[in-house]
Design a binder for this molecule. Structure first.
Ligand SMILES: [Fe+2]
Ligand SMILES: [Fe+2]
Length: 409
């Protein structure tokens, strides 16, 4: 098979090799390409380029006569050069495989040898494998992940402008101290909620692109929550409130959870699920506009985090019913680990009561107390509802909900 290409005055040092490459592409190994052109170093450059790419330039005919298709002579009066295509190109792509399909759902199992290749790319063999821990679709996937990512990308907000930080803060001192204590507590919980998806992300095979993207937006959401709660906590001039050993112990168990699904279950289904009620409560009883705004904004993001945790866990359970036992054990293990800790910072609990009471009047404190009891009841109902959705029978859902950490998260 023969082909020709004309480089005109273009040299190989100016991109001429692209034309040569393009003309060689359809030829089989052994096929011949006649290159014509006026560049004075054409033969010299082509010889070097061909050596590098596994092709061969035929020797110019001793008589200097142009080739007529019958022999090996290549340089005629027109300055043409003849190339014989080598086998390196074919060999390079031998053993290459597609990293799944670009336009479909991800494969059931992502090959570590695909490494960082785009989903659907033709992957040259021999690159470094990726050291990802989660390579099985069912262990990380939820059908809702692409839609949740799109929703997350569309609803990113700017902490600088989404909250009117200049709004007047006319809150009685003691109520303000309660708000500051709650913000201090929220920040440490948000920090745990940021680190966990970031850690899951770092061990996820990038073939599961939508989950990777969703976890990245989740971490970005938490970064903003850390910011707005810190900022509200310091709005009246500081200092911040307290951090209890028991509360931090509760969060530490989440950081140590090694499995993707149990980490997502404990953090997002049980912890962030409970936080939906908590944030709504603080929002409803907010004594100022800024507190109402920061809790409303965080609440909107948290709903997505919970939706992914619930959908993913339910998805895995539909493919493997026995996984309910693994989830159950993760709750029991965490409960046992936290058995000797106080759980919730008592100052957080008291702050919630005072926030709902609005004053130190005994009748108001009673109302505040009752409101917090109702909150705890709502949190329990929410957990039971989500556990039942995942597949737990009602009695087991009630039992597991009762074992959930007193720290809420
Ligand atoms: Fe958050
Ligand atoms: Fe979250």
């Amino acid at each position: 098979m023969r082909a020709t290409t004309d480089l005109d005055g273009l040299g190989l040092d100016d991109g001429g090799h692209l034309l040569v490459q393009r003309a060689l592409e359809p030829l089989p190994p052994g096929g011949r390409l006649t290159v014509t052109g006026r560049h004075p170093a054409l033969r010299v450059h082509l010889t070097a380029w061909c050596r590098e790419h596994g092709h061969r330039v035929t020797e110019p005919h001793a008589g200097g006569r142009g080739g007529d298709g019958g022999g090996g002579e290549t340089t005629g009066p027109d300055g043409s050069v003849e190339i014989i295509k080598g086998t390196a190109g074919e060999q390079r792509w031998r053993g290459a495989s597609r990293a799944g399909a670009a336009d479909g759902p991800p494969d059931e199992r992502a090959d570590p040898r695909w490494g960082l290749a785009a989903r659907g790319a033709l992957v040259e063999a021999g690159g470094p494998p990726i050291g990802a821990e989660w390579t099985e679709r069912e262990h990380v996937w939820a059908d809702i992940a692409p839609r949740l990512y799109a929703a997350a990308a569309a609803s990113q907000w700017d902490p600088a402008t989404a909250v009117n930080w200049a709004a007047t803060l006319d809150v009685p001192d003691e109520i303000e101290r309660a708000v500051v204590q709650l913000m201090t507590y929220l920040v440490e919980n948000e920090q745990a909620a940021l680190i966990i998806p970031a850690r899951l992300l770092s061990q996820l095979h990038p073939h599961f692109r939508e989950v990777m993207q969703l976890l990245a937006t989740q971490a970005a959401d938490e970064a903003r929550h850390v910011e707005i709660f810190t900022r509200r906590g310091l709005l009246s001039g500081g200092p911040l409130g307290t951090s209890s050993a028991g509360g931090r112990a509760s969060l530490q168990t989440l950081l140590a959870e090694p499995d993707f699904t149990t980490a997502s279950f404990l953090l997002s289904v049980l912890g962030e699920g409970t936080f939906l009620d908590l944030l709504r409560f603080i929002h409803e009883h907010a004594p100022d506009k800024v507190t109402a705004d920061v809790t409303r904004l965080a609440l909107r993001d948290e709903a997505r985090h919970v939706a992914f945790g619930v959908s993913h866990t339910a998805h895995l359970v539909t493919t493997d019913k026995s996984y309910l036992g693994v989830l159950r054990q993760s709750v029991e293990r965490r409960h046992a680990a936290l058995h000797d800790t106080a759980g919730l910072n008592s100052e957080v609990f008291d702050s919630l009561v005072l926030l709902a009471a609005g004053s130190w009047e005994p009748a108001a404190i009673r109302r505040g107390w009752q409101a917090v009891r109702r909150l705890q009841h709502q949190m329990d109902e929410g957990r039971r509802r989500r556990l039942a959705y995942i597949g737990f029978p009602d009695d087991e859902a009630a039992e597991l909900s009762a074992l959930h950490t007193r720290n809420f998260m």
